[in-house]
Write a protein that binds this ligand. Sequence first.
Ligand SMILES: [Fe+2]
Length: 175
Amino acid sequence: MAKVYDRTNQKEVPESELIPYLAAHGIHYEYWPIDRLPDSLRTQKTLSAEEQSQVIAAFAPELQRMSRDYGYISHDVVVLNTVSTPNLDELLANFERFHRHSEDEVRFIVDGAGVFTLEREGDLFDVTVYAGDLISVPRGTRHYFTLTETRNVKAIRLFQTREGWVAIYDEEAVS
Ligand SMILES: [Fe+2]
C-alpha cells in the first residue's frame, strides 16, 4: 500500500485518508493483487523477454480494463536496480528533475519501490509506491521520480502513445 507525505503541511497522510487525499488531488490509484505473481519472478533482478511477458500476462485483465477505459495502447516492463542497470545513476538523473509529460504517466509496481513527488492543486507531496500499487500521474502534472534507499524497482508502464517516456523539463517549458 502506498504512502503519502504532504510536504506542504509537513505531515504523513494517515493510511485511512490516502485514497481520498489522492482523489482530491486528481491522482488515480489502484491496488492489484501482487500475490498472483510467483515470488521468484517478482523479485529477480533481471527479466528475460519471456519473463517480462509472463509478468504482463499475470495482470492481463487489469491491463485490458485500463486500456479500454483510458486508451492505453502499449505497455512494457521496466527494471531498475544496482545489479542489472549499469547506468542507474545516469538514468535516475533524468527522472529526478522536475518535468511534465503530454500523456498520463502510469506505473504498476511489481517489486521494490519508487517515489513520485507531485505538484497538484497547489500542494507538493511524495507518493511512495510499493508492489501492488498502480499510480497514474495526470498529463501536465509537474513531478519527478526517485528510488528509495533500496534502489530497486520493477514496474509495468502503460502508454497512450507510441513515443514511450518523453519528458518536458522545466527549463524547456513554455511559460
Ligand atoms: Fe515522469
